[in-house]
Design a protein around this ligand. Structure first.
Ligand code: 7TS
Length: 400
């Protein structure tokens, strides 16, 4: 499969081949995704939903076919429940803004967690101008949600729960089914941030019974600039539009505008119909391999890496020790070596990792740190690359 990803044969600082372990930030793209998009630009390109002409109809069929691919991938009931956005961030902002407009009033509360990415904190904070308050599920020292405390946060002002499926820093796989079940017992809907889960495990929105689910194309081998918001039809019907413009309307006059049906009500303007093709081909690609196969491979790599890394003197790995609860993301700190130094020196060895707060500053405060060094895996990573990472960390440690 590595042959499907041309970038993996790159030489960096004379080191060959590149060891790319920054997949939680973005994944590399298989040739077939890029080629499908190039092919569409060269041979199909026309605006969708607008033209009577041949190319426009062909482009529309491709775009709506991609929506059906996403529906099938998530096992949503209908394509009306699949909204194309620019990514997880826009999907969460859409829900935060529209849900708070329609269903919340001053003093109402949203429950988030201490391990959220900024996109699932700030989107809700922006609604504080409407008087909305954030309540936060605390975590344990080993990076798991305090489910006992979660239950205590509910009261008559709780209107929505918005939590991440998998932490982009700790790798924690949260018990989202249980989180959703408890919220529903209180009559409260749930948004799941699936940015870090969708690339690594089978997601079935009906089985989860989540009310909203967000993910980004670029983290699952698709192009940048496209993502998805799944929403149960009954919820999406209740929400007002997010942005105004072409496509999201039925009729417009200066006095009154009526809105288009789902999902188009939430898709103002020309959509990125080429990126939707790329996303659909990426989902076809991972589906053909099998999400269960990808999950098993990445679990093996994570376990292999954690075991070897743990044996390095001064090593601290953040997040759960139990492999069933730890996804393909390993944040670590070695002695008092600054994460930026570690990341920079690993880069010189041809190993790409991410350093810093990973857009999760409140989590950093909880852990009492400024940042971590983070290795994250994808389907194309190998045990040899883990060996290179471990050898690299040891070498950096020796330098200090
Ligand atoms: N939610 C989680 C859990 C994420 O990890 C990210 C991106 C987002 C939301 C936002 O996704 P976007 O595609 O809209 O930007 N996380 C990371 C990361 O861990 N390193 O770079 C981006």
């Amino acid at each position: 499969m590595r042959n499907d990803f041309p970038i993996l044969t790159k030489t960096i600082y004379g080191k060959y081949p590149l060891v790319y372990l920054d997949n939680a930030a973005t994944t590399q793209k298989p040739r077939l995704v890029v080629e499908a998009m190039t092919e569409e630009y060269y041979n199909v390109n026309a605006n969708v939903h607008r033209g009577v002409h041949f190319l426009s109809q062909q482009a529309t069929e491709l775009h709506e076919g991609s929506r059906e691919t996403v529906r099938k991938f998530l096992n949503a009931r209908s394509t009306a429940e699949i909204v194309f956005t620019r990514g997880t961030t826009e999907s969460i902002n859409l829900v935060a803004q529209c849900f708070s407009d329609a269903c919340m009033k001053e003093g109402d509360e949203v429950i988030v967690s201490e391990m959220e990415h900024h996109s699932n904190i700030v989107s809700w904070q922006l609604q504080q101008r409407k008087g909305i308050k954030l309540r936060v599920i605390p975590i344990t020292d080993d990076g798991k949600l305090r489910m006992d405390e979660y239950e205590k946060l509910f009261n008559e002002r709780t209107k929505i729960v918005s939590v991440t499926h998998v932490s982009n820093v700790l790798g924690t796989i949260n018990p989202v089914k249980e989180i959703i079940r408890i919220a529903h017992e209180h009559g409260v809907p749930v948004l799941i941030d699936g940015a870090q889960s969708t690339p690594h495990m089978k997601v079935d929105v009906q089985e989860l019974d989540c009310d909203f689910f967000a993910f980004s194309g670029h983290k699952i081998y698709g192009p940048t600039g496209i993502g998805v918001l799944y929403g149960k039809e009954e919820w999406l019907e209740k929400l007002p539009p997010y942005m105004g413009g072409g496509e999201m309307i039925k009729n417009v006059s200066f006095e009154r505008t009526t809105f288009n049906e789902l999902p188009f009500k939430f898709e103002a303007g020309t959509p990125d119909y080429v990126a939707s093709t790329g996303l659909a081909r990426a989902l076809d690609y991972v589906s053909a391999i099998g999400m269960d196969v990808i999950e098993a491979h990445e679990r093996d790599l994570t376990q292999y890496a954690m075991r070897q890394m743990d044996a390095i003197e001064g090593m601290h790995i953040f997040g759960p020790k139990e492999i069933e609860q730890h996804d393909a993301v390993i944040s670590f700190q070695v002695g008092n070596i600054h994460h930026l130094d570690m990341g920079t020196l690993l880069d010189r060895l041809g190993i790409a990792v991410r350093t810093g707060h990973h857009c999760a500053e409140p989590l950093m405060h909880r852990l009492g740190i400024e940042g971590t060094c983070r290795a994250s895996f994808a389907l194309y990573n190998t045990r040899e690359e883990v060996d290179a990472l471990v050898a690299g960390i040891k070498r950096v440690r020796q330098m200090f």
